[in-house]
Each structure stands twice: as C-alpha cells, then as structure tokens.
Ligand binder design. Structure first.
Ligand code: 5AD
Ligand code: SF4
Length: 428
C-alpha cells in the first residue's frame, strides 16, 4: 500500500516540476513514507532519521518530510522530538505536498494530517518508479473501518472509500499499453469495494471481472480479503477467468475462537475453515496465504495450539507471521493488557514459523513434476544465466533462461524445490 502511495506522491510532485532522484546525496527533499502497524516499523524510521543527520550536516538545506501512517499517528510528537523533520503529511493530504515543499523552503515547519472521507487520488496516474516494467499495483480503495482490536489502520488511514471503477480500468489499460503484464488490486479489505452512482453499482467481484476483461495478456491479483466478506461470487468470477490468478491472501490472525472474538474479527475458526472449503471446492488449484499474530492479549497455550492446528488444517502456501505489538488508541490498548511476556510471544511465533516452513516445503514438493504457466519477471538474483517468474499461485519459479525474456509467458516444469522457491526448466 505504501509502495502504491509513494507512486501517487511521485506523480503529484513530478507534475509540479519536482524531479525524482535515486541518489539520496542529490536530493533537496527527502520524503519518508512510513508504516505504523507495529512498533518496530516506527523504530526503524526513528533510526533512519538519526542516520540522515550526517547527510544533513553536509547538505544543510535538505528538508526531510515524514509521510504516511506514522505521520498521521504522532505528528505532534514527531515535530517535537525529531528536530530534523520539517514537514509531516498524512495519507489523505498528499495533494498539498507541492505547496508545502515551497513553504517549507521558507523555513516554516508544516503538518497536514486531516483525514478525508472522499480522497481516493482517482485522477492521478501513479509514476511507476523502481519498477520491473511488468508487474504493478493499482490501489482501488482506501481506509478501513473494521476496527480489529489490535490494529491502528482505521485511525491512521481513515474510513473506507472506493475508487471510481472507470479510472481503475483506464489505469489498467494504460499499463497494458506500456507493456505491463500483471496488476495487483490493492485495498485494506478489497471485498468491501463498492462504488455507486445514479446509473450503476459495482462491487468487488464485478470490478475483478471488468479488470480481467481489459486484456487476456494481463494477469490480475488482489490483496487483501477479510475472511468475513469473502463471498462465493468472487470465487466463481476467479474460476471463470484464466487471467485472474489463483491465489487468495486470507489473514486468519488466530485459530482460537476466543481470540478471534477478542480481536473483533467477526468470524469463528469453523467459519474460516468453511471459507477455505469453498475455495478448495470452487478453485481447486488456488494457493492460500495468511497473516497471523502470536501472543495477542490473554492468549493461552491452548489458544496458541488452536492457531497451530489451523495452520495444519489449511496448509498455507505462505504466511506473514508477527508478534503482537500493542498500538496506541486501539481497543486493545484501551481495554486489554499486553500480558504475554516477550519470550513467550517469541517462542510461540517461532513455533508457528517452524510449522509453516514444513507446510510450505510439503506444498512445494507436491508441485514437482507439474508444468505451470509463468510470467517472467527478471533475472534471478543468484545467477544471470537464470530467470525468475511467478505462476498463477504466486509462487516464485527459477529456471535456466534459454531464449526467454522478462514480460513473456512461458511454460515451466518444476524439477526441484525449497520451502520458498520452485526450481524448473522451460517446456518447449
Ligand atoms: N501487532 C502485530 N501484528 C499486527 N498486524 C496488525 N496489527 C498488528 C499489531 N498490533 C498484522 C496483522 C495484519 C497485518 C497487516 O499486520 O496480521 O493482517
Ligand atoms: Fe487492520 Fe482489521 Fe482493517 Fe485489516 S481489517 S486493516 S487488520 S482493522
């Protein structure tokens, strides 16, 4: 999401005659787009700010700005504590950046953090920098109002709002024309996508269908879905279109009903497993990935075992696994206690990671011998004689390059694997 937002910021600024540089030593302004989801994300930014002081001693005119969720969350604190920060801009205020950069050069310290109920940056064509020219993100909605008890996002990104579908289609078409071959539609909860005018109403399954119809050459992915809203309609749309990738990211967060209730997730473990059954039934080839939190408030050993059990039952292809981090202003911070000792959180997280490592390896081993259509993304990091790409399931496949080139679709047969990567050969 931040990556996509930075592309919007670049578009807003380059339109007003600012230019991007890849060399930080050349920059007159340094904009740091931040995340507030866990405390360690914010600590990393604090450290980065500290490191930038040396550069600012040499280039004293350089102004540093903090953008994004951390700016939204603690603007006053940042202004007071970080003397080398000159401007602060929340996620809905990026249009004001050009004016702010002018004014900040006159010596003012500035902050714009008002959240909007309507801003979607609809009309802005993101500047795709730092891109492989093949895969791109399209932000389709902003904000979240699910208020999971642990989560800071509703407070930093504001209320849900969906973008006009015709501007999304225009962006997708434009990407195909420029040679892109894959888009990921982004939102905090894409299943809540809903756009309405006097004539029509578009929900997420319809939007997916519209984007899939843009071009057979364009693959479509999406993230993230909230399990409570994952409907069969979407699964049927995915089944109907070969170019909609068969991969669903479905954050479970915990396998324990008691934890799920306390987290305000609006589903039980059984409901979640029923959704997994629906995916397996309607999309037999679909990969499933998840997010999970270890050590949320009051989590017992039994709750933790329920999470491990959930992992064994679903057999995820990939998981983003986190230790619970108490975030200010959330329901958890106001009403619960961060009562699981850090060493217990760490141990539980390690157990989940170890189990997931085994499951991912077993899942990948089942792919040995299969042939997949792969979109080639680039040269492998290990050897320039090899390329890498992804299959529809979003698994990375590495193979000898032969005559293939980035941007092409090719068939690759899997011959070996690790827990993280499939290794194969091009099928002629
Ligand atoms: N502590 C740890 N992980 C968190 N996440 C969200 N808030 C927290 C928190 N306070 C995780 C969730 C979410 C992912 C993006 O980050 O798993 O799905
Ligand atoms: Fe946070 Fe829950 Fe919204 Fe995801 S759905 S952004 S975890 S509040």
């Amino acid at each position: 999401m931040n990556f996509a937002d930075s592309e919007i910021v670049s578009a807003i600024l380059t339109k007003e005659h600012f230019a991007l540089t890849k060399e930080i030593g050349e920059a007159d302004f340094i904009l740091i787009n931040t995340c507030a989801i866990r405390d360690n994300a914010e600590q990393r930014i604090r450290k980065r700010l500290h490191e930038l002081k040396a550069l600012q001693r040499q280039r004293q005119w350089v102004k540093i700005g903090i953008l994004g969720c951390m700016a939204e969350r603690i603007k006053n604190q940042l202004m007071e504590e970080e003397e080398n920060v000159s401007f602060i801009v929340g996620p809905d205020a990026y249009r004001q950046l050009p004016t702010m950069l002018q004014n900040v050069n006159n010596g003012e310290k500035l902050a714009e953090t008002l959240l909007s109920e309507t801003e979607t940056y609809d009309d802005i064509d993101p500047v795709r920098y730092d891109t492989n020219g093949i895969t791109a993100y399209i932000s389709i909605m902003r904000g979240c109002q699910n208020y999971c008890a642990y989560c800071v996002v509703p407070y930093t990104r504001g209320r849900e709002r969906s973008r006009n579908p015709y501007t999304i289609l225009r962006e997708a078409r434009d990407l195909v024309d420029k040679g892109y071959r894959e888009v990921t539609l982004l939102g905090q909860n894409v299943n809540s996508y809903r756009w309405k005018d006097n004539e029509s109403e578009v929900g997420f399954p319809q939007l997916m269908e519209m984007v899939a119809n843009v071009s057979p050459l364009l693959r479509v992915r999406f993230a993230t879905s909230h399990p409570k809203d994952l409907c069969d309609d979407l699964l049927h749309v995915m089944a109907r279109h070969d170019n909609i990738c068969k991969c669903i990211h479905l954050p479970v967060q915990s396998g324990s009903d008691r934890m799920l209730k306390l987290m305000n997730r609006h589903y039980t473990a059984q409901w979640y497993l029923d959704r997994i059954d629906a995916i397996r039934r309607i999309l037999p080839d679909c990969s499933i990935t998840t997010d999970v939190i270890a050590g949320f408030c009051t989590e017992t050993e039994e709750d933790h075992q329920a999470t491990l059990q959930m992992f064994r039952q679903v057999r995820y292809d990939y998981a983003y696994m986190f230790k619970f981090s108490m975030r200010p202003n959330t329901y958890a911070e106001k009403h619960l206690q961060d009562d699981i000792p850090d060493d217990v959180k760490t141990r539980r997280l390690e157990e989940i990671i170890a189990l997931q490592g085994e499951l991912a390896l077993e899942n990948n081993q089942k792919d040995i011998g299969k042939t997949f259509e792969v979109l080639v993304e680039g040269v492998s990091h290990r050897s320039d004689k090899q390329l890498f790409g992804r299959n529809s399931q979003n698994k990375v496949i590495v193979f000898d390059r032969e005559n293939a080139a980035p941007g092409e679709y090719i068939k690759v047969r899997v011959t070996r694997c690790t827990a993280a990567t499939l290794i194969g050969e091009i099928v002629k």
